[in-house]
Design a protein around this ligand. Structure first.
Ligand code: NAP
Ligand code: COA
Length: 264
């Protein structure tokens, strides 16, 4: 864990709900809020994964099961979290599905599946949580660089994450001044399912690495720190923004630029 500027107890008594919080980056976010004192509910489709994640978080965490594509089911789960812990102070929408496929190698249903999990899922989580929030709640969508930079074999994720970025901005407008709505766009984070799927071999991994100005992979706790920042009072005038936590990988081919400048 990197040295954190956030003090113990910062989220004492606060309630945090993380959709897609049963593994990877989102679980890391849930754990960090729990470490800072929050009561945390994590949600995924697999009940065993959800129970294990809650046990791993400890600190009275609960693991819930629903598919974010099912509006009634996700509202039911968030209501259960509110009934257990109280009004939701932080809601993170991070459930996602992804695979590499060219447009001609994906059926309409394959495209729809990713758009439904990522974009419709985020709509469902945010639309559904509004009546369950505490005053001055903070919402975070987990998006990705594909929202801005087109990527081959990623038509579904590019479209879905671009939609999420705009949804964040629209909700920030509609739900201000009380509810803040922001996004986090992680770069390639080591040891995650997303990385394993998007960089399955050494040459693809190298292409991703070449884009990173910081010349290292990101860590889950670096995304978690960003989430804590956005939900803390340090960011109380921040809404409708997408925070890139990506070592500069959304900026272009860093290796080529550094070679051109004689810096690599
Ligand atoms: P991950 O470990 O696969 O986590 C995905 C989570 O979402 C799991 O908890 C999964 O649990 C849940 N989930 C998936 N489909 C769901 C559905 N239909 N309904 C409810 N829950 C569902 O992924 P990750 O690699 O850590 O990525 C997490 C987030 O970061 C995603 O939004 C991803 O797009 C974003 N991101 C990741 C990277 C990266 O380097 N990994 C980079 C940029 C952005 P179940 O399978 O049990 O449902
Ligand atoms: N290439 C092309 N099409 C694919 C595919 C691939 N690699 N993987 C799945 N599909 C297609 C399926 O064939 C199906 O289309 P069809 O009905 O026309 O045959 C469609 O996508 C839906 O697949 P299904 O397995 O029924 O979806 P699901 O809802 O059970 O699972 C996924 C969703 C496919 C995204 C699954 O990989 C998943 O659950 N992922 C979650 C974890 C994850 O992706 N983490 C990384 C986050 S960045």
């Amino acid at each position: 864990m990197t040295q954190s500027p956030f003090k113990d107890g910062l989220f004492e008594g606060k309630v945090v709900f993380v959709a897609g919080g049963t593994s990877g980056i989102n679980l890391g976010i849930a754990k960090r809020f729990a470490e800072l004192g929050a009561k945390v509910a994590v949600l995924g489709r697999n009940p065993e994964k959800a129970a294990n994640a809650a046990a791993e978080i400890g600190h009275d965490a609960i693991g819930l099961t629903a598919d974010v594509r099912d509006y009634g089911a996700i509202v039911g789960a968030m209501t259960q979290a509110r009934d257990t812990f109280g009004p939701l102070d932080v809601v993170v929408s991070g459930a996602a599905g992804n695979f590499l496929a060219p447009v001609l190698g994906m059926s309409a249903n394959a495209f729809k599946t990713v758009v439904d999990i990522d974009l419709l899922g985020t709509f469902n989580v945010f639309r559904g949580c509004h009546g369950l929030l505490s005053p001055n709640a903070s919402l975070i969508a987990i998006t990705a660089g594909q929202a801005v930079n087109p990527m081959q074999l990623q038509a579904h994720a590019c479209a879905a994450k671009a939609g999420i970025n705009q949804l964040v901005r629209v909700l920030a407008l509609e739900w201000g001044p009380n509810v803040r709505v922001n996004g986090i766009s992680p770069g390639p984070i080591e040891g995650t399912e997303g990385m394993a799927r998007l960089a399955p071999d050494a040459s693809t991994k190298q292409k991703h690495f070449d884009r990173i100005a910081m010349k290292r992979w990101g860590f889950i706790d670096e995304i978690a720190e960003g989430a804590v920042f956005l939900c803390s009072d340090a960011a109380k005038y921040v809404t409708g923004t997408i925070l890139d936590i990506d070592g500069g990988s959304s900026l272009g081919d860093a290796t080529q630029r550094q070679i051109d400048k004689g810096l690599a």
